[in-house]
Every structure is written in C-alpha cells, then in structure tokens.
Design a protein around this ligand. Structure first.
Ligand code: MN
Length: 443
C-alpha cells in the first residue's frame, strides 16, 4: 500500500498528498546572521548542578534525561500564556547546546565536536504537576512538555563546547533568582551528549538543555523574565497578564479576524469607523479577550502559514499592526510587532496580494508602511495609497491617502513619531516637545 510505504520511511511519495498540512519546524535564530537553527528534538537533563540536586531532594550518580516536544521551543523575546492545569509554574535557566551532527555511542571528544551553537534557555516546569506525578510513580512528561515550555534566546555559533567559567543567571521582574556557573555542571555538555548517544541516535537539529543551577522558583502572570550566560545573547520573555490559553476555546481562523474587522459581508464601512478609530477601553478589552492568544501566536510565527493567501496575510497584518495597537495601547508592546507586520506587507505587495484584496482591505495591508519611522517606508506608503485612491473613487480612500501624507510629513520633520517618545522611553527634543504641546498633535 503506497501510503504505508510513505509512513514507514517518513518521505512523501511522488504525487502523494498529505492528509493534513505538514507541521512547521520550530526554529531558533543565530545571532548576527540570517541563519536559523531548525529544532528536531529537545533533550533535557535532570539535576546537573549539585546545589539544584540538593534543593530537589538528593544528588544522583548518573545523568538522567527527559524530553520536551520540539514545538515547545519559542524564540525570545516573546509573551507566553500562563500554562493551563498548574498553579506553580517554575523557571529553570539553562545552557542550551545545539548539535550540528550526531551519531550513536559517541566518545566525549567526538561529542564535543558535534556542538555547533549554544544559547540560553529556560526549562519551564509545572512543578505541582510534576510533584503529583512523582508521588504517584507516574510519568511527568506533561510537567515539562507543555506548549511554550522552552523559551530560548538567540544562538551563538561556536566550534565545539563552550569553555571557561561563565555565570548563568535569571531575574524575575529585576530580582535575581538564580545564579550559578556553567563550570559547576556535574556532567559537561560533552559528557551529556556522550551519555545520551548511548540511549538514542543523536542528530543535527537536536538541542540539549543541560540542567539548572539552584534557585528555581515560581512565575506568576504578568511577570518579566530575563536570563543570561556570559558571552551569549540575553533572553527575555514575559508571562501574559491574563490567561490567554483560556481566552479562545477553538483556534481563531483568518476569516474570523476579517469578519471582526470589516463586519459581515455587505456591512457599510462607515459602520466600522468606531472600531477602527475610536479610543475605547471597553472595546479594547473585548478585543483582548477574543484575540490576544491569536495575536501572540502570530507574533511567535506560529501562524506564518496564513500568509500563503492574500486574505490570510491581511488577517495577520490586522493582528500585528492594528489589534496590537488596541490591545497594548500606550505601552511599548503596541509597536513591538511592527517589523513583522511591515515584512508581511512588503512581501504581500511583491506577491501581488494587495491587488487581490478589495481597496479598503488593501488599505489595511498597507498600513504598516504608514506606521514605519523611516522615510523610505513613508515613500512606499504614499505610493501605495496614491495607487489605491486611483483604483477606486471612494472618498474613503482619498481620506486614507490624506492621512498617509500627514504621517509622511511628521517623519520628514522629525524622523520619528514624537507621540511615541514617552511610551518608548525616548527623550523629546525641544522641537518635538513644542510640537507635542500643540493642540491635536500626534496620531
Ligand atoms: Mn531543567
């Protein structure tokens, strides 16, 4: 049976079709380059620092391993939901080693040469779930292997293991919680890889979280985590204020976002102006409950597949460029999805997705250009909105073009949007301060 053959060797047969879309391979970024590291599997090590082994109960004679699903990886900076089914989410800062090649029964020297990159990771743990499972003698896989359970920083490309004493530390809301040194590991990364290779065939794309020093402790909704290891890119993430996992029972689809934003088919666009342009805290809250989990998934790249179609791409842009401004009004997070939104916009123009949309839909696809604090993007914005107003005589589009010109003028004058300065912690220049004091200044 052809399908059986495909399943056995893992390859698609020529002409064969997948029953469901193939899963996205989670990726980590390699600092200072456009390289990404596709993650195959996540291996973790228990009690690799004596002080942490002591706080967990007892020291151990051999390293022991467990795993998380590869898609538990999330690239930082990121906001993650507080996981379900726990009231005791613990942080564990760890050195991550990424394998450029693998094998079986490796000696330590060969194992060391398999390491192609290193980074900082946090092994998030539902400690209460783990404790119950341990007490009952059951597997604690789900205490470690839940969604978003492995936030990771950018990787540093290396040639072999990371040598020397290097402090690793983790702060919660600025308070130092964990501090240790990678030299205190009971088993070195090379020793761990060698030991693990006696149990499984390791492969390029595998990552190993090498254990945590003492000081593990709880994270609450709304808290900010920062972690670093000397010489490696720092990691930061926050735990969402509301339980985003609870805010949507079923996954939101692109058409749900479009219907919310533009109304059901046939809705006059004027009926949507209140939604688009009014500052209204209650309205923002309704959007948050309905769409925050989806917005955060989009920000993490989990919904990239939506960009394959013009309407899916527009839904992503609405989440990352419009709803972000409602959900995170007057905070830096309102703008932190802007780069991603602009990339979706520019790529959409290149692919001709804008002309496949209705004019008013295309206007919102173009909006990330207007939001950009740089003249080249503003010039593109004017070009796009000018073409759009030429496509359709609807006065609403002339209005959008007028606004594009007003935004362009601000960037010509200041090079940035002065009304964002206070939110983003930027100092006003005297010229900006004078401008902001004018009635009706800013957007
Ligand atoms: Mn751990």
């Amino acid at each position: 049976m052809p399908d059986g053959r495909a399943a056995r060797d893992g390859r698609a047969l020529p002409g064969g079709r997948d029953l469901v879309p193939a899963a996205r391979c989670p990726r980590l970024f390699v600092a200072g380059s456009d390289l990404q590291f596709p993650v195959r599997r996540i291996w973790c090590v228990g009690r690799n620092y004596a002080a942490h082994a002591a706080e967990m109960g007892a020291p151990i004679a051999q390293p022991f391993f467990f795993s998380k699903p590869a898609d538990a990886i999330v690239a930082c900076p990121v906001t993650i939901p507080y996981p379900p089914e726990t009231e005791l989410l613990h942080h564990e800062v760890e050195l991550l080693v990424a394998l450029g090649r693998g094998g079986r029964d490796l000696d330590e020297g060969t194992a060391a040469s398999c390491i192609i990159a290193v980074g900082v990771a946090v092994d998030l743990t539902r400690r209460d779930v783990q404790a119950v499972a341990k007490a009952q003698g059951r597997p604690w896989a789900l205490a470690k292997g839940f969604d978003h359970a492995a936030p990771c920083g950018e990787l540093l490309r290396v040639d072999g293991p990371l040598l020397g004493d290097r402090t690793l530390a983790l702060w919660v809301d600025g308070e130092l919680r964990q501090r240790g040194d990678v030299s205190q590991m009971l088993w070195s990364p090379a020793a761990l890889i060698a030991a693990l290779s006696r149990q499984v065939r390791l492969a390029a794309g595998d990552v190993i979280l090498t254990g945590t020093p003492a000081g593990v402790g709880p994270l609450r909704p709304g808290q900010q985590v920062r972690a670093r290891i000397d010489g490696l890119p720092e990691l930061s993430f926050s735990v969402a204020e509301v339980n985003m996992a609870m805010s949507t029972a079923v996954d939101v689809a692109p058409e749900d976002v479009l219907t919310f934003w533009f109304g059901a088919p046939g809705t006059p666009m004027q009926a949507q102006f209140g939604l688009w342009f009014k500052k209204d805290a209650e309205q923002d809250q309704r959007m948050r409950v309905r769409f925050e989990a989806t917005l955060q998934r989009a920000a993490r790249g989990e919904l990239d597949a939506w960009s394959a179609t013009p309407r899916g791409r527009l839904a992503l842009v609405l989440l990352l460029d419009q709803l972000s401004r409602n959900l995170y009004r007057d905070t830096p997070a309102a703008f932190s999805q802007d780069v991603q939104a602009r990339q979706l916009c520019e790529e959409g123009i290149t692919l001709g997705h804008d002309v496949a949309l209705s004019p008013i839909e295309a206007a919102f696809l173009y909006m990330p250009l207007e939001h950009g604090e740089s003249l080249p993007w503003q010039d593109k914005s004017i070009a796009a909105f000018t073409a759009l107003a030429g496509r359709d005589p609807n006065p609403m589009l002339a209005n959008f073009l007028d606004f594009a010109h007003k935004h362009h003028a601000i960037i010509v004058r200041f090079g940035r949007y002065p009304h964002r300065n206070a939110i983003l912690g930027r100092e006003d220049t005297p010229e900006e301060a004078a401008y902001l004091a004018e009635p009706g200044a800013g957007f």
